[in-house]
Write a new protein. Structure first.
Length: 354
């Protein structure tokens, strides 16, 4: 009897050890390294583009020299409002250049990184994909050579910092290259930046814009590197005399006040012709398109703004372009921050009721 009890004890020990081994073996599935691998799943950029199909820009906030300089700071409520309204992503313009050292190693301020982390977290809590860019890097436009290394240094830090983030976070290389950052030079700079980012983010979807202020006409000069995870973006504000009438930062724009857009045949044909150029480029290069900015300034009449916004958004969607309206709650805004309410007709033009 004593021998049998010892045998039972031994059997219990063996069974317990087996369970422990199995449990530890199962835990390997959830190890940090394996979790990281699961995030890189060879995403299809065309499918990724659908996750940012209807986006809105958090403009005039983090791309100001300092947040709040232009009268708006990011509020947690914004993400809830945007998510509940039917948008599926936010584009977050960010002026990293004023929050980093001017000299090597160009260290980005830790508190600013914390702020961007908070924005990413709040977007994700509201089931929104997130696009972060380098915005208003004005110095690189006027003196590209002097800022080439710093530009790459910023992307090295940003890409390292977010390397373990899920693929609902998109990187946009640079907003609206212009001036001395010529199309030819931009092709080199964007390839250099992508090479840096790919060291730590091999499969993250990247968004690449055009030179000459990010316009549609810049597609012809754009050369993208051989990369499987790219989306190309352009900005659309045509006709400019309509969308920017009365804009304080545009010389002579007061002379355009009163310009209307009534969805007349020639007005619609102009938009469709532009978008047909974009879809032809997309098909030729097998690359999805993201219309990263479009909007009409608040000094245009609301009837025209609604008609133009609705037509542009629907024509983009017909061609499977994703889009991001410019912007949430400032001069072009779809949300009235003063009265804490949506501009209903404009919102319906973007997100039609089902």
């Amino acid at each position: 009897m004593r021998i049998q009890s010892v045998s039972f004890v031994a059997l219990d020990i063996i069974l317990s050890l087996t369970i422990v081994i199995l449990l530890f073996g199962c835990s390997d599935v959830n190890s940090p390294d394996q979790k990281k691998e699961e995030k890189y799943i060879n995403p299809d950029p065309w499918e990724q583009n659908k996750t940012i199909a209807r986006s809105v820009n958090l403009g005039n906030m983090l791309e100001a020299p300092n947040e709040g300089d232009w009268g708006i700071t990011v509020d947690e409520l914004f993400f809830e409002l945007i998510g509940n309204a039917g948008f599926n992503a936010v584009r977050v313009p960010i002026r990293w250049s004023t929050h980093a050292l001017a000299d090597s190693p160009w260290t980005i301020n830790t508190f600013f990184f914390d702020r961007i982390d908070w924005v990413v977290d709040k977007a994700r809590m509201n089931n929104l994909s997130i696009i972060i860019d380098i915005h208003h890097y004005e110095e690189i436009m006027t003196d590209p050579a002097a800022h080439h290394s710093r530009f790459l240094g910023l992307w090295k830090q940003i890409s390292d910092h977010y390397a373990d983030e899920p693929l609902d976070l998109f990187f946009e290389i640079l907003n609206e290259p212009n001036d001395k950052l010529t199309p030819q030079l931009w092709n080199t700079y964007l390839a250099d930046a992508i090479e840096i980012i790919r060291q730590t983010n091999p499969d993250r979807t990247l968004i690449v814009g055009t030179a000459n202020w990010g316009g549609l006409d810049g597609l012809g000069d754009l050369t993208i590197p051989d990369d499987d995870y790219l989306i190309v973006t352009y900005h659309y504000y045509s006709p400019f005399e309509f969308t920017h009438q009365g804009a304080e930062w545009v010389s002579g724009s007061d002379g355009w006040l009163g310009t209307t857009w009534r969805a007349l045949g020639n007005e619609k044909s102009a938009v469709m012709a532009d978008f047909d150029k974009a879809i032809a480029w997309s098909q030729q290069h097998n690359t999805p398109i993201f219309m990263g900015e479009f909007g009409a300034y608040s000094k245009a009449d609301i009837t025209s703004r609604v008609a133009w916004t609705n037509f542009v958004a629907r024509e983009a969607e017909k061609r499977a372009f994703s889009w991001a309206y410019w912007e949430f709650c400032s001069g072009f805004g779809v949300y009235d921050l003063t009265n804490s309410q949506w501009k209903t007709d404009l919102l319906k033009a973007l997100i039609p009721p089902e």
